[in-house]
Design a protein around this ligand. Sequence first.
Ligand code: GLU
Length: 430
Amino acid sequence: MGLQQVSLNLNVRGLGKSATLAINERVAELKASGKEIYSFGLGQSPFPVPNCVVKALQKHAHEKDYLPVQGLPELCEAVADFHRREDGVNIQAENVMIGPGSKELMFLLQLAFYGDILIPAPCWVSYIPQAQIIGRKVTLIETSYENRWTLSPQALEEQCAAENDQDKPRLLILNYPSNPYGDGNSVEELMKIAEIARKYNIIVLSDEIYGQTNHQGKHVSIARFYPEGTIISAGLSKWCGAGGWRLGTFSFPANLKWLLNALVVVASETYTSVSAPIQYASIAAFQESEEITNYLRHSRRILDALGQWIVKQLTQANIRIHPVEGAFYIFPDFENYRAKLANLGISDNVDLCERILEETGVAALPGYAFGRPKNELNIRMAYVNFDGDKALKVSEQISWDQSLDEAFLEQNCPMVTTGIQKLIQWLEAL
Ligand code: GLU
């Protein structure tokens, strides 16, 4: 029989490469073959790593020693201080863990925590496969277009109340501003969710990796309302443009130290510790500085203008979409075009993405990859395909009381604006 396919773990069998990374590689291949591609696939920040952080990396390139598994103490202190300052949550440095991306920390958490995982869907592509690989039971909590895809506190309450064992260990993964829909619960809803989590002793993993990209700079952490049960997940990948640096952080409340300790044990037997130069350099990103404040202000202004412009164009074209408040994603729904799409033989979001890519060059991801049923007609688009360095420099020249208009977007984000127009033209020609 040879060594092919002798024994692949059942939990891994049948899984494909993560959708976000697969589309990124496919886009690169299509571009290399000479095709004009408008990439809305991988959600990678368009902005450069701020100069003060790059400088810090250069300065610390010689750091060669293994660092403590939990993280460099000075970095843990900077992260704790960051959450106290930005989120008003009293995090202590000894309760911060640094990982090679928050994705890996999430995997460790799902592995170390024994219990059910509750996830409102649509949700980021990796939560469900991670649970599947580890063999955890996932309960998807239903959301709806009408409810802006957000978790309804009532749905959470009903889900918990319906179980025989109401005290069973549960982990709720909440993510906002959301990947894939760029929005999140209101503060009032977060308070209600916190109350329910407290009532049922749910641990909340609050994935706030896009918190700093809230377009108005008004992110509110649920940890403010449920400090004792919330783990805040954050990192450098999104707001700091450093996805490839692979640095994520988990901030635990003091009474979940047992869980943090368990993650540290598993980390010590797997990746050991995060790259030393990257950890030293990251301190500069979490510390308050004029450069970072300015960088964030302009990144948010650009994302806000672009997000609003896209939502307006799609709404005018009768595509169902909600306003976005953060991150760089939209989750449009083509239900209004169902009959016309059916004439082309398209009746699900997987086929829809495939045909859009083939016929317009616009690369996006199907709602199915984000935990939605295949037969819905929603797709995720990341509006990041532009030169963020150039856009930041131009934005800095434009006075603060002037908004970034369509001309700015067409000049600085042409692949995004043209890609959106191509998509609309394709639909209108159906
Ligand atoms: N979070 C990004 C996305 O959803 C990409 C990074 C990843 O999936 O690892 O597109």
